[in-house]
Design a protein. Structure first.
Length: 630
C-alpha cells in the first residue's frame, strides 16, 4: 500500500509538472498536446444510488432482453470483500435520454431473494462512454459469495451475470480456484476455450493480457474478419479501439465466460499496440509495430484513446488520477496518472500481485542493425542496469509487497515469461528466444529474484501469459550458471515456480512455423528442456486455458487444450498436464501428463476428462510421492 507521504509526493510532482507545462506554453511538447486534453476522458465506474419515489419503477421488468437492448451482455470485475464493478452496454438504438439504468443483485439467479437495488443516473448512460455502464457496488455486498446481478433499462432486463466478492482480509479460505487465460486473437480462431472456462467451477477469471488485438484483416475461420472504422490494418484511434472491443464481445463464448466469472485483468501489449515500450528520452510510448510508432505525439494520443476504450469495456478497479481538468487523462502525464498494477487479497490464503509490464518498460535491447522486434541482440545487451521492465516505483512496490505479504501463497499476475528460454540450437549458436520478455531485462530480473531469494519469500507462483504456450518452470536468480552445467536447479537456487497460460487462439510457435513440423510435441518438449534445465514442461503446439487451485497445503496447475477451429461450446478439449507444488517447498511434482503421439499442431480429441483437479484422496493423479492431494 502507498504511504500518505508517497501519495503527497506524487501529487506535488503532478502539480509541479502541470505548472511547468503551463508556463512553457505551446512551444513545448506539453503545450502542443494541450489541445488533446479533454479528448481522453476515461470511463470511471459510478456508484448507484438507492431508489426513491418514482425511481422504484426502474426495476419493473416487462421482458428479458434477447440481445437488442444489451448486445454485449454483462460482466463483472474489480472484486472487493464488499462488492464488484458490474458492467453492461446499451444498444445505441435503445438509448432514451433521461432514462435511468437500474441494477440489482440477488442470492439466486431467479431474483427471488434480492439483496441490493441501485439506480445509475441517466447522466452516466449514453454516448460519451460508447453507451457502456460500470456500476461500482463496493460497500453494498457480502464477502466471499457468489451472487447474481442484472441491469434493467426501460422495462427490459439484461442477461443474468454471476459475480464473486473477495474474502475478508483476515479470513482463512480453504481454497481459491482461478481460470487463467491470455491472448485471444479474434482473427486466428474461435473462442471455444471460453465456453469451457464458463463451465468451470472457479472463483475468478484471471486474464493476463491481449484481451483483444489491434489488428484488422481477414480471419482464419469463417465469420472472423475484422474491418476498422479508420480503414487501416491496425488501430489508429478511439473509434477503432471501441469497434474492436465490440467485435470481440460479439463472441458468445467470451460473453458467457464473462457472465459467469468475475474478471481480474491486466493488459499486455496488444490492448494498445504490439511490442510497445516507453521512450524515456522522448517521454512517450514507442513501437516498431505501428506505421506511426516513432511519432511521440501520435503515440501518446493512441495510448490515451486505447486506455479510454479499455476503461469503458473492461471492468477493472484501477487507480486513475487525472492531471487534466475533470476526468481527463492528459497525454503528457500518462505514466503519472494511470496505474494498472495492484494487489488483491484472498484472505490469508493468497495475495495476487498484478503487474504492468508495458507502461514503464525501457526499450528492449537492439541488434547490430537497430532492430528490436526481430533482431538477435548480443546477450550482454540485456545486462544494462538502466533497462527496466517495471519502473523503479512499481518494482519497489512489487518486491516489498511479496516480502511483506502475510498470505500463504504469493501469486504474480505476470504478462511476459520470466524464466529464461534459449532456442534449441546447439552450442554457441544458441540465443534467447524473446527479448520482449524478461530475457531482455536480465539485470532487473536478477535484482528482483535476488531480493525475493534473499528475503526467503516462500510460495511464489508466477502466472504468465504472452507467449501462446504452456510452460511449467522454476524461477531462478541466475539462469546462466545453471544452463552452463545443464543440471536441474538445486532447491536452494529456486525462488519460485512459473506456470504459463497458453493463447486462447493466438498463433503459437508451431502455427508460426518456428518448430520443426516433423517432430512430435514430446520431442519438442525434450529439446527445449535440454537447453533450459529449469523448465519442467513446454508445449507451443496447442491452444486453450489453464486452471490454478491453491489450498493451504498446495498449488495445482492444470492445462487444457481446446480446438480453436471449431465454433462450439463443445469444441474438443484435452487435458494436457497437471503440476502440483507443495506449500513450503519449491518443487514441481508432475501429477499427470498425456503422452502425445500426434505431430505438432494436432489438437483433435478429448482425453483426460473435464475436471481440473484430481479426484479426492491421496495419489489421485499417480503422484510418485504418494501425495496428499488437494
Amino acid at each position: 500500500m502507498d504511504t500518505e507521504a508517497e501519495r503527497d509526493g506524487r501529487a506535488r510532482t503532478r502539480s509541479t509538472r502541470r505548472a511547468v507545462l503551463r508556463a512553457a506554453g505551446a512551444t513545448t511538447v506539453g503545450g502542443a498536446l494541450a489541445a488533446l486534453v479533454g479528448e481522453g476522458a476515461a470511463a470511471t465506474a459510478v456508484e448507484p444510488t438507492r431508489p426513491t419515489g418514482r425511481e422504484r419503477d426502474a426495476f419493473a421488468v416487462e421482458r428479458t432482453d434477447g440481445g437488442a437492448v444489451f448486445p454485449q451482455s454483462v460482466a463483472s470485475g474489480g472484486p472487493t470483500p464488499s462488492g464488484v464493478i458490474a458492467w453492461t452496454r446499451l444498444a445505441p438504438a435503445a438509448y432514451e435520454p433521461g432514462t435511468p439504468m437500474a441494477v440489482e443483485v440477488a442470492t439466486d439467479g431467479s431474483f427471488s431473494d434480492v439483496i441490493y437495488r441501485g439506480v445509475v443516473p441517466d447522466s452516466a448512460v449514453g454516448p460519451d462512454a460508447d453507451y457502456t455502464v460500470k456500476a461500482d457496488l463496493d460497500g453494498e455486498l457480502v464477502a466471499d459469495r457468489h451472487l447474481f446481478y442484472r441491469f434493467v433499462y426501460d422495462g427490459v432486463a439484461s442477461p443474468v451475470g454471476r459475480c464473486r466478492t473477495l474474502p475478508e482480509p483476515d479470513a482463512s479460505p480453504e481454497e481459491l480456484r482461478l481460470a487463467v487465460c491470455s491472448c485471444n486473437n479474434y482473427l486466428h480462431g474461435y473462442f471455444g476455450a471460453f465456453a469451457h472456462v464458463a463451465d468451470e467451477e472457479v472463483d475468478y477469471l484471471l486474464h493476463l493480457g491481449d484481451f483483444l488485438y489491434e489488428y484488422a484483416g481477414e480471419g482464419r475461420q469463417p465469420g472472423r474478419d475484422v474491418r476498422l472504422p479508420s480503414g487501416e490494418s491496425v488501430a489508429h484511434g478511439l473509434a477503432d479501439f471501441r469497434h474492436l472491443h465490440r467485435t470481440y464481445r460479439s463472441d458468445e463464448h467470451l460473453r458467457r465466460a464473462l457472465e459467469r466469472h468475475t474478471l481480474i485483468h491486466t493488459w499486455d501489449d496488444h490492448e494498445i499496440v504490439n511490442n510497445r515500450w516507453w521512450n524515456y528520452e522522448a517521454d512517450a510510448p514507442e513501437t516498431e509495430s505501428h506505421p506511426r510508432g516513432d511519432d511521440p505525439a501520435f503515440m501518446r494520443r493512441l495510448y490515451v484513446e486505447g486506455i479510454r476504450a479499455l476503461s469503458e469495456y473492461v471492468p477493472n478497479r484501477i487507480q486513475y488520477e487525472p492531471a487534466g481538468d475533470g476526468d481527463e487523462l492528459a497525454p503528457d502525464a500518462i505514466q503519472e496518472d494511470f496505474r494498472l498494477y495492484r494487489s488483491i487479497r484472498f484472505g490469508d490464503l493468497a495475495e495476487l500481485f498484478v503487474t504492468d509490464e508495458r507502461l514503464y518498460r525501457s526499450p528492449p535491447p537492439e541488434d547490430a542493425f537497430g532492430r528490436r522486434d526481430t533482431g538477435v541482440p548480443p546477450t550482454d545487451a540485456t545486462e544494462d542496469p538502466g533497462r527496466t521492465m517495471l519502473g523503479r516505483e512499481q518494482r519497489q512496490w512489487f518486491v516489498n509487497g511479496l516480502v511483506e505479504s502475510p498470505a500463504t501463497w504469493k501469486l504474480w499476475g505476470n504478462e511476459v515469461l520470466n524464466a529464461a528460454l534459449k532456442t534449441t540450437n546447439a552450442g554457441e549458436a544458441s540465443f534467447y528466444l524473446n527479448y520482449d520478455a524478461w530475457d531482455g531485462y536480465e539485470h532487473e530480473r536478477r535484482h528482483v529474484m535476488g531480493q525475493l531469494r534473499g528475503a526467503d519469500v516462500r510460495n511464489v507462483v508466477a502466472l504468465t501469459g504472452d507467449m501462446h504456450s504452456y510452460v511449467a518452470s522454476y524461477l531462478l536468480e541466475d539462469y546462466e550458471s545453471v544452463r552452463q552445467t545443464l543440471r536441474l536447479p538445486e532447491p536452494d537456487e529456486r525462488v519460485g515456480v512459473e506456470f504459463m497460460a497458453p493463447g486462447v487462439t493466438s498463433d503459437n510457435l508451431a502455427a508460426a512455423g518456428k518448430l520443426p513440423a516433423d517432430e512430435t510435441e514430446e520431442a519438442v518438449d525434450l529439446a527445449v528442456r535440454s537447453q533450459n534445465p529449469w523448465v519442467e514442461w513446454f508445449n507451443s503446439s496447442r491452444w486453450g486455458y489453464c486452471t490454478v487451485t491453491v489450498t493451504p497445503d498446495a498449488c495445482l496447475y492444470t492445462a487444457y487444450g481446446v480446438d480453436r477451429t471449431i465454433d462450439s461450446a463443445d469444441a474438443p478439449k484435452t487435458l494436457l498436464g497437471s503440476y502440483r507444488v507443495p506449500s513450503g517447498s519449491v518443487e514441481l511434482r508432475e501429477y499427470r501428463r498425456n503422452r502425445l503421439d500426434s505431430l505438432v499442431g494436432d489438437a483433435s480429441g478429448v482425453t483426460g476428462g473435464d475436471g481440473d483437479v484430481p479426484p479426492d484422496g491421496p495419489d489421485a493423479f499417480g503422484s510418485p510421492e504418494g501425495g496428499d492431494g488437494l
